[in-house]
Write a protein that binds this ligand. Sequence first.
Ligand code: NAD
Length: 332
Amino acid sequence: MRVAVFSAKPYDRRFLTEADQEAGHELVFLEPRLSPDTASLAGGCDAVCAFVNDDLSAPVLEELAAIGVRLVALRSAGYNHVDLTAARKLGLAVTRVPGYSPYAVAEHCAGLVLALNRRIHRAYNRVREHNFALNGLLGFDLHGRTVGVIGTGKIGVRFIRIMAGFGCRVLAYDPYPGDEAIEAGARYVPLETLLAESDIVTLHCPLTPETYHLIDERRIAQMRDGVMLINTSRGALIDTAAVLRALKTGRIGNLGLDVYEEEADLFFEDLSDEMPGDDLFSRLVTFPNVLITGHQAFFTEDALRNIAASTVESLTAYARDNSTAGIAPDAL
Ligand code: NAD
């Protein structure tokens, strides 16, 4: 298979090349993000390999199909950025990499909780200026606190296990409850109960039409005053404008984000000289009780190795069967 790898960073090149050694696909690494302007770069390729910031809307898929692409191999678990209806109509197969490293995301999520609670990011900035005063740095013991986990799939279950290890009481909500979350130490409750009783609320569900702006003005009003809200899943699970208002009133006491509603235009690039300063994102980072990372929760060596291996497996299965029939059941 000749494969156009969009949004290719040096680490993609390294891990995909390593994973492809036996399979021997022809990987064409392209730095630009897939968009209507760059889709033609996949000319002559059987497949494109894309990441979460790539544009896989109907017009882009139409152009890809027109130039002979037959497979879109996602280097991500989430697929909310793909117009699957259009892909199906065009006969384009789509594969993803489910569960490549739930530990990476769950551990990053725990990192956000710990850093926010004990203000480690703020303390670090201060001690660098030889300011060792403790004012504004008061945290709380996690032990005995209630954590609400929304979505108990692969990542949610790992996160429950970590928080249970800290001695937290863990509540869970998922329309499809499973035994694993209970075994990990959580108790399933209705969403309203989870929001009303949790000191920390964290999102681990996919972005779908049903979960778009799951956390909005109404849901925020159901939460505890001063709640810590964490989102490492997808930006649009949260209505950012409503969250900004709740930060101003103090209803949300701490906010930790690894994902952001408009991240496709921002994250993964160094925009230090270009950011306008008056958008929602720039307003969020003015709050000292907000900690944002640029979609890096997945970013561990182990996860990158798994993503690459799983992507190459999908390419090989497609090449062998000329369809997705031979691809793992989790593939789309
Ligand atoms: P998963 O498919 O194993 O689990 C998702 C869970 O969400 C399922 O149990 C599902 O039943 C549940 N769910 C569906 N609709 C729901 C709703 N309305 N309310 C509550 N729960 C609902 O997925 P996963 O591997 O655990 O990943 C979760 C999400 O994490 C992905 O969808 C992806 O968006 C995100 N993710 C982020 C990163 C990152 O780097 N930040 C990396 C990987 C995945």
